[in-house]
Ligand binder design. Sequence first.
Ligand SMILES: [Zn+2]
Length: 154
Amino acid sequence: MGFELEDCKLEVIERGFPELKNLEIYIGYKNMPDAYFGYIRKSRKKYIIDVDTSLKRVKRNIFLGGISHEIAHISIEHSMNVFCNFFDNILYNILYKNIKSYETWDERRTDLLVVERGLGQELLEFLKYADKRREEYTTEDGLTVKELEALIKQ
Ligand SMILES: [Zn+2]
C-alpha cells in the first residue's frame, strides 16, 4: 500500500517540483479526523506527508492532486528556508497560526503554484472528490472548483 503513495509522490516531484528532489519527504497513511492530506516539517530537509486512510482506494489522480498541494506548501516553505533566517521562519509560523486571512492567502497561493507547475487538473479532481464528501471548499480554504476550472481552461 505504501508503495503507491511513494510512487505518486515521486511523480509529483518529477513533473512539477524537481527542486525538491534532494529533500527527505516521507509519505504514509494516517487516520485524520478533519483533513485528507497534511504535512509536518521535521527539519530544514525533512518533511512528512500524511494521507487519510479513507483515501486508500481512490483514483490515482486524486492522490496526485492532494499530494501536489502538500508538496507546493513544502516548496514555498523550503524556498523561504533558503532565503530567510530562523526568525523569519518563526514569524511565518506565528502568522500562519494566528491570522485567518494569512492562512487563506497561503492556501490560495499554494494552489496557484500547483497550477503553475502543471498539476492543476489533478488538483481539480481532488477538490471535486473532497467537495462531495466534506463541506464545500470556499475561497478561504484555497482555490474553489470554479476558480480552478477557469484557470485550467486559460
Ligand atoms: Zn494547504
